[in-house]
Design a protein around this ligand. Structure first.
Ligand code: NAD
Length: 353
């Protein structure tokens, strides 16, 4: 299938080429999909996109007019595409529902440990040959309470690691996963989770009900020395309220792999630019905030998985089949989570609308 691959970088291109072999014609561009760059896909059957690409209604209209009938998302999250509009146009959309949840869970743990054990400061002091330990005291994870918001694939992988450290894990999720219950994870309300946890890690998708799930009111519930980790989607946390909570010492610190306004910022070279986003600059300057640029997925195993699933989807479409990973309009950003639930084959409970 002739496919234009947007937002392709040196780190993911070889994995896609290897998975595709000679079955598909893949043309790569580092550029993001926008209303302007949509024209590059003229003459192609499909496009493959990532999280920073703009798949809003006007862009989909333009792609459709140019003949695009298939969109392969190289991500698990699909909050960046207007699925309803794609369905109206008859454009088929598939995502990568699973690709090493360990990559993201382990990155969350890496950030937590880096902040807790002050490894960045320790390295700087080491290079300065300042071997005093006065500023480097951390805490044991063992014996602490860890709150996991969203016990899907990544949340459970993160919880397992925390259990391995000897922490008690609490969870909040409208759907209780059998796997989590079997691990001894206790489901509580979001309020109880936030009031009692020393560490809170966000692993739910971004949708209408989870936007700003953590805002001023929720930060007030949290322990003043607690650490919040967000490797999910930036807008699940209200950035302004997070900054206020950090400044007012309502919480102890934040580890962020995602940022509310990361589009146009992350995944790009801005070395010669003056960044204007005051909130981002404020967060980046805080001693108790650690930010990475949406890199939690970046392991060889995850990239292999993303490429294999994306190419499998193209294989299916080329042969005239439905991809098992196709998304439907009712899975869109506006979905209502108060709906019926079914189990997936891996026995983690998933939502079905
Ligand atoms: P998943 O679908 O397996 O699990 C999501 C869980 O969140 C489900 O159990 C669901 O019931 C739960 N949930 C939904 N609404 C909730 C709410 N209001 N409160 C608490 N829980 C709620 O998804 P996953 O594979 O574990 O991925 C989770 C998210 O991680 C993705 O949606 C994506 O946004 C993010 N992600 C980030 C990266 C990265 O590189 N930073 C990579 C992959 C995925």
């Amino acid at each position: 299938m002739k496919t234009f691959v947007y937002s392709a970088h040196a780190y993911d291109r070889p994995f896609l080429e290897e998975a595709s072999g000679k079955r598909h014609t893949l043309i790569f561009s580092e550029e993001k999909l926008t209303i302007d760059t949509a024209r590059y896909a003229l003459g192609f059957d499909a496009i493959a996109v990532f999280t920073a690409d703009d798949c809003s209604a006007p862009v989909l209209d333009k792609l459709y007019a140019q003949g695009i009938r298939y969109i392969a998302l190289r991500s698990a999250g699909y909050d960046h595409i207007n699925l309803h509009h794609a369905a109206q146009l008859g454009i088929r959309v598939a995502h990568v529902p699973e690709y090493s949840p360990y990559a993201i869970a382990e990155h969350a743990v890496a950030m937590l440990m880096m902040m807790n054990r002050k490894l960045l400061d320790a390295q700087l002091l080491m290079k300065l040959q300042d071997f005093r330990l006065d500023t480097l005291t951390g805490f044991d994870i063992h014996g602490k309470k860890v709150g996991v918001i969203g016990t899907g694939k990544i949340g459970v992988a993160f919880a397992r690691i925390m259990l391995g450290f000897g922490a008690t894990v609490l969870a909040s999720d409208p759907v209780q996963a059998e796997e989590a219950i079997a691990l001894g994870i206790q489901y509580v309300s979001l309020e109880e989770l936030l009031r009692t946890s020393d560490i809170v890690s966000v692993h739910c998708p971004l949708n209408e009900t989870t936007k700003y799930l953590l805002s001023a009111k929720q930060f007030l519930w949290m322990k003043s020395d607690s650490i919040v980790i967000n490797t999910s989607r930036g807008a699940i946390v209200n950035t302004r309220d997070l900054i206020a909570a950090l400044e007012d010492k309502k919480i102890g610190g934040a580890c962020l792999d995602v940022y509310e306004r990361e589009k146009g910022l992350f995944f790009e070279d801005h070395r010669n630019d003056i960044i204007q986003d005051e909130d981002f600059l404020k967060l980046r300057g805080m001693k108790n905030v650690l930010i990475t640029g949406h890199q939690a997925f970046l392991t060889r195993e995850a990239l292999t998985g993303i490429a294999a699933t994306t190419v499998h989807t193209l294989d299916c479409w080329q042969l005239g089949y439905k991809s098992p990973h196709e998304l439907h309009a009712d899975e869109s950003f506006t979905r209502n989570v108060n709906t019926t639930h079914t189990k997936d084959p891996g026995s983690i409970t998933v939502l079905s609308i």
